[in-house]
Design a protein around this ligand. Structure first.
Ligand SMILES: *[C@@H]1O[C@H](CO)[C@@H](O)[C@H](O)[C@H]1NC(C)=O
Ligand SMILES: *[C@@H]1O[C@H](CO)[C@@H](O)[C@H](O)[C@H]1NC(C)=O
Length: 862
């Protein structure tokens, strides 16, 4: 029972993930300028739902609920984010009484456990929505029988930024909380823990959470010289101070973005001159433009410090706050103001000084926000060269003018460290894995990739490396491309002495690669790689249509040698294809490896991808029967991959664009770039691997566990089946939220008995109801939450064949529609009575049959 409940919970979590993804796609659309109309002032956002929201209580065996409403996942639940299998955990029941922290007590449960890393290790998080993300780290050196955590010294970095360098928590009475705002432009985020030599690293809790887009704008004002400052986006930020001036602690529970605001007591350099004021937070009225509750919640604006003798005509001094900082960095200073002290407008004018320099002269809130109790904030950048005495001093003092009574206020103050030129927030060492590919490019690629709805090859990667086995491989990962098969298992299944895997050496070692083409032949065939001959583009490079002198048409895949993804995929593909020959797999004809080119030559599939025949182009509609035959062909190809080769092979990227049709509409599975050899021994029932594939087709269990089985292909194939039935993409962000993900939507509609409403209207009337039932049953089983519940490809094939028989039976019984003109392709003709007999005998939907019917006559060996 309990277990079932747990499984249900998991299922829901996955659903959420998928919805999440869908939401994100919409979000991307919105950010691309498809304007989401927002109403007037009442639409000020007060709540924020982060697109990415990873909360981990490291080392803990159970999830942890904080009083701010958030649940931090237990360590086992989060293991999939981790690159290492090192399992050194530490837990204690309580913290010492004398322990101190600047973070609120509600977060204390996170400090009760820790994960220890003896080797460089990383967490990898999928990024659904690029942009600023909070990274919050919790450290406390709890007691462990064999590790003294106070002696741990390590660095923490992201792909682009060093967060902590040579960091340690030597004082066992200190809980350390670190908060960063990192701009993430790629589709995955890495948090790397690197122990210094002979030491180890530890971490108690991690948050990796999206921040609102407009939280930190690109623009600020430089303190000196006073000027616009642009380019903030380029910096990583670390929160040094976040202060609720004149007010109490505001904890994550009361903050829209789970931030913590400290009271200002310890920073107030002239406390006797300041008087705290507060109003009911309910009267705070956010402006139409500018501050929002996400910038700071009303609690911050509802309290302030003002001058103790405000309004006394001759009072003239500055309210002063002093914060110590590292003088080798520049800082972003955000000042929060809200006039909660004046009775009427135009009474309050004051100057703002930073480190003795006037930063804002005669600040006039009445003009800036046109009402009392309306929040306003100002971002200043202070260059490191103006930091003296290791501190930042913020002052506000009255502007001397006769009309108004002197006063000055400050409501909130945030100080954030800006990353330096080395991309570091701690010292001058840069993160050794600086991305070599422009991050903007990545972002654009991501946006296009998702938003076009093709959603091709947005690769989800949370990779595993086996402990100690391949740490070097990880160092090599620098680009988006290199998240792709890191290849530990690929390399091992290559007969490989090839350490620097070079295409030629690989090819020369290969067997059965068919004909070797010269570069000139290829150039002639493609008219020197004419752009007009391009019939496809992928991670590896472009695919050209080529024609040999004798008229033979070829598909020529030209690798982009600069892409490591390309090299890997090419090698995989060669390896796979050289082993495989099957009527329903696209076959390799030859290759060319002259002049560092990586070119593979395939049979040309005249009718292109299946998808184009189902929707999105103006090609003639395929009948239900044709669709069934195509699905059967593809299923045969996959069935052969899973069972036919010496080792089962998992395709990993089954989708309608990877099922190609030849001139007779025979379906062939293509693109083995992501394929993996299946488990080699019987005890091993899965392959641990990076999650790859295409959004919308991805097996939720694979995603969750990174354990690849044939059943992941079965899941994707289930999506294909619905795609073929409903004639719409696996993910369509343009649709209402619940419809975005086809697999979910179709299953839901089917459960409600509305499936017919979403079937391709062009063929819905031609589908026999029994044929449909069998087909949907198969598709539905493919999409089972857990791999063990999914049928094998053989079973799917059986069901599809059966569905085809049922279709034929119904079209014989009824008026045969014109689609029967393709019936000669079916090996199951027969008179109506024969067919009827077959149906009666086989109408046992639950039975799983490894029928000899599927022994492939086309098997040509390898
Ligand atoms: C936090 O919010 C609760 C109500 O949600 C309120 O009663 C409490 O005063 C708030 N705390 C602070 C510090 O503002
Ligand atoms: C307020 O501070 C500024 C900058 O430190 C200083 O120039 C100014 O004289 C101060 N005003 C008073 C009245 O002390």
């Amino acid at each position: 029972m309990g277990r079932q409940a747990m499984n249900l919970g998991k299922a829901r979590a996955d659903t959420r993930l998928i919805l999440h993804l869908a939401g994100l796609v919409l979000l991307l659309f919105a950010s691309m300028g498809v304007n989401v109309v927002t109403a007037g002032p009442k639409s000020v956002p007060t709540e924020f739902t982060p697109a990415d929201n990873y909360l981990i209580n490291c080392g803990s065996s159970s999830s942890t609920w904080l009083d701010d409403g958030r649940t931090f996942k237990s360590d086992p639940q989060s293991a999939s984010y981790l690159s290492t299998e090192e399992d050194i955990l530490a837990t204690v029941n309580s913290l010492p009484n004398n322990v101190v922290s600047s973070s609120p007590s509600s977060s204390f449960p996170l400090y009760l456990s820790a994960r220890i890393f003896e080797h460089e290790s990383m967490y990898r998080f999928l990024v659904f929505s690029p942009g600023r993300h909070w990274v919050r780290l919790y450290f406390y050196p709890i007691a462990h029988p064999s590790y003294n955590l106070t002696s741990a010294t390590f660095s923490v970095s992201t792909d682009s930024t060093v967060l902590l360098h040579g960091f340690s928590v030597k004082d066992s009475t200190r809980m350390v909380f670190k908060e960063y705002l990192i701009n993430v432009s790629s589709n995955a985020f890495t948090l790397k823990f690197s122990p210094i030599k002979n030491s180890f690293a530890f971490i108690n809790g991690i948050e990796f959470v999206s921040a609102p887009d407009n939280l930190i704008s690109d623009l600020a004002t430089s303190v000196y010289p006073v000027a616009d400052f642009s380019g903030l986006t380029k910096f990583a930020l670390e929160t040094s101070y976040r202060i609720n001036v004149g007010g109490p602690f505001v904890t994550p529970r009361n903050d829209t973005l789970w931030r913590t605001w400290q009271p200002d007591n310890q920073f107030n350099a002239f406390p006797q001159g300041a008087r705290a004021v507060s109003v009911d937070p309910a009267i705070i009225e956010y402006p139409d433009d500018g501050a929002t509750p996400l910038i700071a919640p009303p609690w911050i604006y509802a309290t302030a410090d003002q001058m103790v003798d405000s309004g006394v005509a001759d009072s003239n001094f500055n309210l002063t706050w002093q914060m110590s900082v590292d003088p080798s960095f520049s800082y972003l200073i955000r000042l929060h103001f809200c006039d909660i002290v004046s009775k009427v407008m135009n009474e309050l004018y004051f100057n703002v000084y930073v480190n003795g320099m006037i930063a804002v002269s005669s600040l006039d809130l009445s003009t800036l926000v046109s009402d009392l109790a309306v929040p306003y904030y100002k971002d200043l950048v202070l260059n490191a060269s103006f930091i003296t005495n290791n501190s930042i001093v913020v002052q506000v003092g009255p502007t001397l003018n006769q009309q108004s009574s002197p006063n000055a206020i400050l409501n909130g103050l945030e100080i954030m460290k800006l990353s330096n030129l080395a991309g570091s927030l701690d010292g001058l060492f840069s993160s050794n894995a600086a991305p070599s590919m422009g991050s903007n490019k990545l972002k654009i690629a991501a946006v296009i990739g998702l938003a076009t709805g093709i959603v091709a090859l947005v690769l989800l990667v949370i990779s595993f490396i086996r402990r100690q086995k391949k740490p070097k491989g990880w160092k090599r990962q620098k680009t988006f491309a290199s998240w792709l098969p890191l290849n530990s298992s690929f390399c091992s299944f290559l007969s490989s002495k090839t350490k620097t895997t070079n295409f030629s050496s690989f090819v020369s070692a290969g067997v059965g690669l068919g004909r070797q083409f010269t570069l000139n032949e290829i150039k002639d065939a493609t008219k020197n790689f004419d752009e007009k001959a391009v019939i496809g583009v992928g991670g590896f490079g472009k695919v050209y249509l080529g024609e040999l002198a004798d008229g033979t048409k070829l598909a020529i895949k030209r690798g982009n040698p600069s892409s490591s993804q390309g090299i890997n995929e090419f090698q995989t593909e060669i390896e796979m294809l050289s082993k495989l020959r099957h009527r329903h797999l696209v076959s390799l004809i030859g290759y060319c490896d002259e002049q560092s080119e990586m070119i593979l030559v395939y049979e040309y599939m005249a009718n292109g991808p299946l998808r184009d025949h189902i929707y999105g182009s103006n090609l003639p509609t395929l009948s239900w029967r044709q669709r069934l035959e195509i699905c059967i062909g593809a299923a045969r190809g996959l069935h052969y991959l899973h069972t036919g080769a010496a080792q089962g092979i998992i395709h990993r990227d089954v989708k309608t664009t990877n099922i190609l049709l030849d001139d007779n509409f025979v379906a062939k599975v293509s693109d083995f770039g992501l394929s993996k050899a299946g488990p080699s021994s019987l005890e091993q029932t899965h392959v641990s691997t990076a999650v790859k594939g295409s959004f919308g087709y991805l097996d939720p269990e694979y995603f969750r566990r990174q354990q690849l089985t044939e059943k992941s292909d079965v899941y994707s194939f289930g999506v294909v089946l619905f795609e073929v039935l409903c004639a719409r993409p696996a993910l369509d962000p343009a649709l209402p939220r619940e419809q975005v993900n086809l697999a979910e939507w179709a299953m839901q509609q089917n459960r409600k008995g509305f499936l017919e409403k979403i079937i391709d209207p062009l063929i819905v009337d031609t589908i026999g109801s029994e044929s449909l039932r069998k087909y949907v049953e198969a598709a539905e089983k493919c999409l089972s939450e857990y791999g063990v519940d999914r049928p094998s490809m053989g079973d799917v094939l059986w069901n599809l064949e059966f569905s085809l028989q049922l279709q034929d039976a119904s079209s014989i019984i009824h008026d045969p529609p014109e689609e029967n003109n393709r019936k000669h392709n079916s090996n199951l003709g027969g008179t109506s009575s024969e067919v009827q007999l077959l149906i009666d005998m086989n109408d046992d939907s639950g039975v799983v049959v490894a029928s000899p019917m599927f022994v492939d006559e086309n098997l040509e060996g390898r």
